[in-house]
Design a protein around this ligand. Structure first.
Ligand SMILES: *Cc1c(COP(=O)(O)O)cnc(C)c1O
Length: 351
């Protein structure tokens, strides 16, 4: 009888919140779809697409559009089928079996999965009071001979951001590779983009799934100096980004003014959600602590976060319970209001 090996038996498939018919504030997506102008452009691009041909393996136009949008050297950019794919490429390529990788917990769950499949040794550093302690991380990584440190900044799920100077100190301080996942950096201002070549051990990851509203297209980017970016290009599968996503992503990235407008709407939504939560917090003191985040979601530290998540889902509002926190994505104005109303009701009833 065929037996699946131990490392695969230890894994279970990622299960998103079952949120059919609910207000969806669980996956940190944008609540805005792409503007109509872009959809019209996409339709034209589709008519010209060579569906019978493989896509451009370098995704050159897409990488150039990304580079122009973020003011980085296009020679430092590689594209992938979502940053999830980059995480998987990096773990399988940059780690040898038995080598150590570190995560700063709580953080994005795909990191541990990537390390597990690479048969690497996991050093999980617990963040004291949810925030990164740079000295602790440097000390632990170098003591444990960590070959790869990966963390998100701003962090999913804590929403907290580490300031640039601290990130630089961290990258300089550790001997291994640092993978800096800036999935939410459009909502903050502490990016190290543009500095990637100043370090020989830094890879920055970005995604089009959050601020840019293209989660469906699966587009992620790695940004690093030539040596590291060439290694990623060599390790990825050649046709990893399909032609339709390349064309649509290029069209969107060439319109930074539309992206800025969308971003402004998300920031307005964040302000409304956070101020609503601050009011709720004042009404029910001691029930939760709202972490001071710079993302498109709110992170609530509360004892009964798991219970509250279930109760919200029963009332048609999907949020995420992860890393010990209640994570609530900024939604459309009526979605934020629906969440705040249900959340307030539940706090009232469970007082
Ligand atoms: C959502 C998310 C990603 C995944 O991005 P994709 O490009 O959609 O694969 C990566 N990292 C973090 C921290 C995220 O929250």
């Amino acid at each position: 009888m065929y037996e699946i090996n131990e490392k695969l038996r230890a894994l279970t498939a990622y299960v998103p919140v079952d949120a059919a018919g609910c207000v969806r504030l669980d996956a940190n997506e944008s609540f805005l779809s792409l503007p109509k102008e872009i959809i019209d452009e996409a339709k034209l691009a589709m008519e010209d697409l060579d569906f019978n041909r493989y896509p451009d393996p370098a995704a050159a136009k897409l990488c150039r559009a990304f580079a122009a949008c973020y003011n980085v050297d296009p020679g430092h950019v590689a594209a992938a089928n979502g940053s999830d794919e980059l995480i998987s490429i990096i773990f399988s390529g940059f780690l040898m079996r038995g080598e150590a990788f570190a995560t700063l917990e709580p953080d994005f769950s795909m990191y541990a999965q990537g390390g597990h499949l690479a048969e690497a040794r996991h050093t999980a550093v617990t963040k004291p009071g949810w925030a990164i302690d740079v000295d602790q991380v440097i000390e632990t990584c170098n003591r444990e001979n960590v070959r790869l440190l990966i963390f998100s900044n701003p962090c999913n799920p804590t929403s907290l951001v580490l300031r640039k100077e601290q990130v630089r100190r961290l990258v300089r301080g550790v001997k291994g590779l640092v993978v800096l996942d800036e999935a939410y950096m459009d909502f903050s201002g502490e990016s190290l983009l543009g500095e990637e070549a100043d370090f020989d051990n830094l890879i920055i990851l970005r995604t089009c799934s959050k601020a840019m509203g293209m989660a469906a297209l699966r587009l992620g980017f790695a940004v690093a100096g030539p040596k590291l970016i060439n290694a990623i290009r060599a390790a990825k599968s050649p046709y990893n980004v399909n032609s339709l996503s390349q064309a649509l992503g290029t069209a969107v990235l060439r319109r930074p003014e539309l992206l800025r407008e969308a971003l402004e709407q998300i920031l307005i939504s964040r302000k409304a959600l956070l101020s609503g939560l601050a009011e709720t917090g004042a009404k029910y003191p001691g029930r939760f602590i709202l972490l001071p985040g710079e993302t498109n979601f709110a992170a609530l530290d509360m004892e009964d976060a798991g219970e509250i998540q279930k109760k919200l889902l029963e009332r048609g509002v999907a949020v995420r319970y992860t890393g010990g926190l209640l994570r609530v994505t900024c939604g459309a104005p009526e979605e934020n209001r629906a969440f705040l109303t249900k959340f307030g009701e539940i706090l009232e009833e469970t007082e």
